[in-house]
Design a protein around this ligand. Structure first.
Ligand code: FAD
Length: 289
């Protein structure tokens, strides 16, 4: 049997990588934990990737995490393992990371890969949505900044041009974790090493007995993360604890915007039931009362 080979590139510099992407349509490989599964062949046979591949996870420019003007910048090729160790990564992200896969995958998988894979069950995504993450896409023309909800368009569908590389994730206006109630919940068959049936991220700030900020996003209950600014807005300035009718209205509104499906991991009915229970649990948090 003849095995077809593909060209593979591994440049020392980010600029060379960007220049190659401008010349050729390459499959980008960061940790490869999604790419290799997507293109897997039968046991013992190399994965089938049609065109050339370019490796990026060794590029130091894509591994920096730093604060600038109050915003947290996370390099696209930071692995879960590296983020767990980094003092600037918010603890709620670390909680989510501890529930991603198992240590071997956490040492390969990257935040950029999770975003660009655009799975409805990607575990970083609900948090990135509520943190209003912005993505820096670099091409030979320069940088373009896109909001995460504009970038992710559907399962495995992203608004990336062929010559662009995701270089950085920006979390604007870093949230003060001391004064903010932040939650990440993942519902899966096991506590780790299992793909989410439903995932949830929530952020709530209460000042002088009133809701000052409320954000929540769900994974795996629609083709992309489900977040509704309109519903969140209805909670602003409401007294906390919420009155029963306010809570019921928000839950009812939210049930009309989610659109879960049956698949090998769960049923639409289970997903909807759990999602709405998570929302109630979050909005009636004892910690804030
Ligand atoms: C056993 C196993 C368990 C897993 N468990 C979980 C889990 O619990 N939760 C979860 O969310 N995921 C899980 N995953 C999925 C995967 O590990 C994550 O999505 C991971 O973050 C992908 O990162 P990566 O660097 O390996 O991506 P890659 O596989 O390298 O790339 C993924 C996609 O993104 C593109 N890409 C990567 N980086 C860039 C970039 N910088 N710019 C442009 N495009 C880019 C690639 O071309 C590809 O299309 C699991 C995977 C495996 C194999």
């Amino acid at each position: 049997m003849v095995t077809k080979t593909v060209d593979s590139y591994h440049f020392d510099k980010l600029e060379e990588t960007i220049a190659k992407l401008n010349e050729e349509d390459c499959t980008i490989i960061a940790g490869g934990t999604d790419v290799m599964v997507l293109h897997k062949s039968r046991r013992g046979v190399a994965p089938k990737i049609a065109g050339p591949v370019v490796f990026i996870d060794h590029l130091s420019e894509l591994k920096q995490t730093y604060l600038a003007e109050g915003n947290l910048h996370i390099g696209a090729c930071c692995t879960y393992g590296e983020m767990l160790e980094h003092s600037l990564i918010p603890s709620v992200f670390k909680k989510a990371i501890r529930e991603v896969a198992a240590p071997a995958i956490r040492n390969r998988g990257t935040i950029g890969g999770n975003i660009c894979n655009a799975s409805p069950a990607g575990d970083m995504l609900p948090l990135l949505y509520i943190f209003n993450a912005k993505l820096v896409l670099r091409s030979f023309l320069g940088d373009r900044i896109v909001e995460i909800h504009d970038f992710i368009q559907g399962p495995r569908r992203i608004a990336r041009q062929q010559n662009e590389l995701l270089v950085e994730v920006i979390l604007p206006d870093v949230v003060d974790e001391e004064s903010t109630y932040l939650v990440f919940e993942k519902i899966a068959n096991r506590q780790a090493d299992a793909i989410s049936k439903v995932s949830f991220a929530g952020l709530l700030q209460v000042k002088d007995g009133k809701v000052a900020d409320a954000r929540f996003a769900f994974g795996a209950v629609g083709p992309t993360m489900v977040r509704s600014l309109e519903i969140e807005k209805k909670l602003l300035a409401k007294g906390y604890p919420l009155r029963a009718e306010v809570l019921e209205e928000v839950v009812a509104d939210f049930s009309s915007v989610i659109n879960p499906i049956d698949d090998q991991r769960s049923t639409a009915y289970y997903r909807e039931t759990v999602a709405l229970k998570l929302l109630r649990y979050f909005l009636t948090s004892k910690e804030l009362s």
